[in-house]
Every structure is written in C-alpha cells, then in structure tokens.
Design a binder for this molecule. Structure first.
Ligand code: NAP
Length: 280
C-alpha cells in the first residue's frame, strides 16, 4: 500500500528514511527546523515536499518524529493540532520509556519505534540510502496501542528492509543500555583514558600506532556527542545499571591480571569468544 508519510526532523535518520520510502513509492512530506535543510532534503530526493511548518503534515497517513530526543515532546505540542484524525504517529528515538510515557496518553494512535542503525555523522548530508537494510527496527507498543497502527508501522519498517522486533518500552531501554548506550561510555572512556596518560610523547606514539583494533573499539565513542549525551540523560537508570555491571566485570579482570591468575583470565576470554556470535 502506498502511503503519505510525514517526517519531522530531516537529519541522518529522517533523511535516510525519506530516501528509501520514496524509492518504495511512498509520498514523503518533510518538516525540519532550518530552511537550508528543507532545500537540501528536496535536492537530495529525501522528500516530495518539505517545509519548516508542521501544517504541511495535514494530509499524512503516518508521521514519524525523527528530531533529537530533547525536543521530541515539545514538538508534539505543536504537531498534534495539525494531524488528521486517523493519522498514525511513531518516532525514531533511541530511548523509549520516557518518550512513550509522554506521547501515548496524549495520542492513542501512537507506536514507539527505534530503527537501530546509524553512522558517526549527523544532519541531512549524512542521510544514506539503505541505512536500515537488515538492521533491527524495534516497536514498543503498550497494551492499548491499536493493532492496525502497529501493523502499519511494522510494514513501513519492512519497506526499509529492516528486521522488526516488538518489546515493551522498559525492556527495550534495558536491552539497549547493554548493547548501545554502555558501549558509547566504554568507547569514549577508552579514548579519554589514553589521552590522559601523563606522557604526551607516548600518547603521540599510541596515536600513530592505532590500527583496526582501536578503530573498532573507539568508533562509537568518537561519534555524535549530542546523541551520546541524550542516551545518558534519557536512559540514565538503565545506563547506570549496565555501567555498574561492566565495572564489576572490569574489576574482576583487573584482579585476575594483578594476581596473575592466567587460568581465570583465559576462561574469561574463552567465554566472551564463544558468546560474541550470539550478539552479532
Ligand atoms: P540528526 O542527524 O541530528 O537529525 C535530527 C534533525 O532534526 C536535525 O538535522 C535537525 O534539522 C532536526 N531538528 C532539530 N530540532 C528540530 C525541531 N525542533 N523541529 C524539527 N526538526 C528539528 O539526528 P539523528 O541521528 O537523525 O537522530 C534523530 C533521532 O533518531 C533521535 O531521536 C535519535 O535518538 C534517533 N536515532 C538516532 C540514531 C543514530 O545512530 N544517529 C539511531 C537510531 C535512532 P535542521 O537541520 O533542520 O536543524
């Protein structure tokens, strides 16, 4: 079925969705904050029509909020008066419980969503075709979310060639703390701990020698700072829980190395080697 899809926030995620949904034959209406973004989104083919005004979205069947987390609930205040009665609302936010709690009571035809793909870049220039191919797209309906709205958003996710999962907002936030938000803190801490070495010449040598291993482990800590900050602010409790678990694992490894307990350390590495394929 061909739909008219409104996208609010034409950056990496919103722009990438627009590119792919237009390729699948949907009509895409885009709203963003800055006029230059509107102009580029049209030039890049991410929207059929675009505006800085939310009243453009009156004819949308589905509206996807793709703004930064910090402005999502404020955007809702301005958006709701412009939506058609039957319009389905969803969002792309990386944290779900506070967003669902803020929007679902005000707009029952709302389905929380999280397309789990990204790059280190942001803004409309960073938008990419095929960003969501074979990536998880999590839906977080509540007990009162209309099944037809869930199915429509699930189909739009499948139109991006994403793999659709469903869970509760709380369980989503607990799971992504482990596999997405904790890695940002770990990765940023790795970079910062290395820079804090008391010997600047040694840091310069380390920077020259850094290769694929450092590239893999530092990637998410060297990404968009605003996004990392939002994850910590909006998923604070679950991030702290996973950080404490990580600290316990790190302390155990430090202790084993300190005591030269190579058997225990080897067992630890064997366990992580065997477990990794279950994550990826
Ligand atoms: P982004 O590249 O910074 O894009 C967000 C865009 O929203 C900006 O380009 C900005 O466009 C626009 N915007 C800001 N304030 C606005 C407002 N008040 N009204 C309308 N538009 C506004 O960020 P992103 O990475 O696409 O992230 C967007 C959402 O997706 C976030 O909620 C994030 O949690 C979620 N997400 C991100 C990733 C990721 O890895 N990046 C992955 C999954 C989900 P202007 O140029 O017009 O200012």
């Amino acid at each position: 079925m061909t739909l008219t899809i409104g996208i609010v926030g034409l950056g990496l995620i919103g722009g990438s969705m627009g590119l792919d949904w237009r390729d699948r034959g949907h009509r895409v209406l885009g709203v963003s904050r800055r006029p230059e973004t509107i102009e580029r989104a049209i030039e890049r083919g991410a929207c059929d029509q675009a505006s800085c005004e939310l009243d453009l979205l009156q004819s949308a069947d589905v509206v996807v909020l793709c703004t930064p987390l910090g402005v999502m609930t404020a955007t809702i205040d301005h958006l709701l008066p412009h939506l058609a009665d039957s319009a389905i609302l969803t969002d792309a936010g990386s944290v779900k419980a506070p967003i669902v709690a803020a929007i679902a009571p005000r707009y029952p035809n709302f389905v929380g969503g999280h397309p789990m793909a990204g790059t280190a870049d942001s803004g409309i220039e960073a938008a990419l075709r095929g960003l969501f191919v074979d990536r998880p797209y999590v839906l977080t309906p509540t007990a009162t979310t209309p099944p037809a709205a869930i199915e429509t958003v699930a189909q739009l996710a499948r139109d991006l060639s994403a793999r659709v999962y469903q869970t509760s907002p709380d369980r989503h936030d607990r799971a992504v703390a482990w596999i997405s938000h904790l890695p940002v803190v770990v990765s940023a801490s790795l970079i910062n701990a290395c820079l804090a070495d008391a010997d600047p010449e040694l840091v310069a040598i380390a920077q020259s020698l850094a290769s694929s291993g450092f590239a893999d482990t530092s990637r998410v800590g060297g990404g968009n700072p605003e996004l990392g900050l939002m994850m910590a602010q909006y998923n604070r409790d679950e991030l702290l829980r996973s950080l404490r678990g990580y600290r316990a694992a790190l302390d155990a490894a430090i202790d084993e190395i300190d005591r030269q307990d190579w058997t225990a350390l080897g067992d630890r590495y064997t366990a992580s080697q065997q477990a990794r394929p279950k994550f990826l």
